[in-house]
Design a protein around this ligand. Structure first.
Ligand code: FAD
Length: 435
């Protein structure tokens, strides 16, 4: 008998345990109009993923059923049309996903939870001493790397659709907000994956070089499951170059935050270390300058403008901009997290929240009081200033590393720039401006 594959964060045919296996499978995606969590950028990306997956499935004799409405009600309705009660869905950790699982079961469906959103399902490795989840990365990484991973699922050659099931329309692709964002979809993801497999060995040397911009840029494809994280991890594991090993470690960070979130589902709103979650300032004006990329600190502004333009920001710039908001301006991490969440195509609850809490010192950082001096960071990771000049055109004529401290330029040059002076930090009187 046919079963339904309720696709969510796994919009691919390669290594998709939901679509492989014996028997007929009817792939379903439900567009939930109440899903406020999807920003305009991610709406666009999602639609591109759905269009691509539908085309792929059609080539294989099947289709992607697309319905709009409440995911549980629509799944129940399709199950009735198909004449089945068996529904598969990929296990996920957010509150939303957990509620959906409960409601599908309560609706009388025989729900099968499959892996695939992470390399290792949360809880697959546990710390000694009985805890449910790791709170510190290094021991997690060691256990993760040593553990046994599942065998990737076979790619289905054919997806047969039962007669008489209407595939349903895919609404027009919504306009995103970022003009230079990457397009969604498994086909594009696999093209980029092939290109990345030729670059990966240099990752350890180049991943922190802002101007070189040589990271995988696959995060949004992982976010929507256009690529299997297991496939990427196996690729990296099979390659013993230091670059591939460093890349593997980053994939483990992704899994790490999923298992943190499974144990601490309120991660996007509540501090994991409440004692460190005090003393935040509320300064709308400073927050807006940060959001607009007009703090007057070029490395911060470059990152914030990349975020808007591309719906993505380099990891080093995410660290610098998030630390600037929380540790220099002293502003609460939650509005920062929400701003990132609005723009990032890879934006998801576990990684966005986990990293924001890490940076703010309220989360899993073992050195929560560390400081990031943005000027020193800029000099180290963008020594020639190429990253700043790319995103802050007001400074494009300033040569070399001088671009990081426009306030030090000769007065006539400075006056000629259409660029603000640095925003005052009320917390520590702009220590980063001193030598
Ligand atoms: P690569 O450098 O090629 O890394 C490979 C993969 O490893 C990434 O695709 C990603 O899946 C994973 N990864 C890398 N670094 C991290 C990390 N620190 N934590 C978790 N996973 C990691 N990543 C998201 O996927 N979604 C988010 O919403 C998100 N928000 C962030 C917010 C802040 C404040 C910070 C500091 C980091 C955030 N990150 C987030 C992590 C990281 O910045 C991005 O995953 C990375 O920049 C994506 O680019 P890439 O694919 O080229 O990464």
């Amino acid at each position: 008998p046919a079963r339904i594959a309720l696709l969510t964060r796994d919009l691919r045919i390669h290594d998709n345990p939901l679509l492989s296996g014996e028997g007929e499978v009817v792939p379903l995606f439900v567009l939930d109009p109440r899903l406020g969590g999807l920003s305009a950028n991610r709406q666009r990306f999602l639609h591109q993923c759905l269009a691509d997956l539908r085309a792929t499935l059609r080539e294989r004799g099947g289709d992607l059923v697309i319905r709009t409405g409440d995911p549980v009600a629509e799944t129940v309705r399709l199950a009735r049309e198909v004449g089945t009660t068996t529904v598969g869905v990929a296990g996920d950790v957010t509150d939303y996903a957990q509620r959906r699982e409960r409601r599908l079961r309560d609706a009388g469906l025989d729900l099968r939870i499959t892996p695939g959103v992470t390399v290792l399902p949360p809880g697959a490795v546990r710390p000694g001493g009985g805890g449910n989840s790791y709170r510190v990365f290094t021991p997690y990484w060691k256990a993760w790397e040593r553990s046994r991973w599942r065998v990737p699922a076979a790619t289905p050659h054919r997806i047969a659709m039962p007669d008489g099931i209407a595939p349903g329309p895919l609404p027009e692709t919504p306009a995103g907000e970022s003009p230079d964002a990457l397009p969604g979809g498994e086909t594009e993801a696999r093209r980029r994956l092939r290109a990345w497999s030729r670059e990966i060995s240099r990752y350890d040397e180049e991943h922190d070089d802002l101007a070189a911009d040589n990271t995988s840029r696959l995060s949004a494809y992982l976010r929507f499951g256009c690529l299997s994280p297991l496939e990427l991890a196996l690729m990296a594991k099979a390659d013993d170059s230091p670059g591939a090993q460093a890349y593997l470690r980053q994939l483990a960070w992704r899994d790490f935050y999923y298992q943190v979130t499974a144990a601490f589902p309120k991660i996007s709103t509540q501090a994991m270390r409440p004692t460190a979650d005090t003393g935040w300032r509320y300064d709308e004006d400073a927050l807006r300058h940060w959001q607009d990329g007009l703090t007057g600190v070029p490395i911060v502004d470059a990152g914030m403008r990349q975020l808007r333009a591309e719906g993505w920001m380099h990891n080093r710039a995410r660290l610098i901009t998030a630390a600037f908001l929380t540790k220099h301006l002293g502003i609460d991490w939650r509005p920062g997290l929400q701003w990132f969440f609005r723009w990032l195509n890879d934006g998801d609850v576990p990684n966005n929240s986990g990293n924001w809490q890490w940076t703010a010192g309220t989360g899993n950082d073992t050195r929560p009081y560390r400081r990031f001096n943005p000027i020193r960071q800029a000099q180290r990771f963008d020594p020639e200033g190429g990253y700043v000049r790319r995103y802050v055109p007001e400074l494009k004529d300033i040569d070399g590393g001088a671009v990081h401290q426009p306030w030090r330029l000769p007065e006539p040059v400075r006056r000629g720039l259409d660029y603000p002076g640095p925003l005052e930090s009320h917390r520590d009187e702009a220590v980063w401006l001193r030598d």
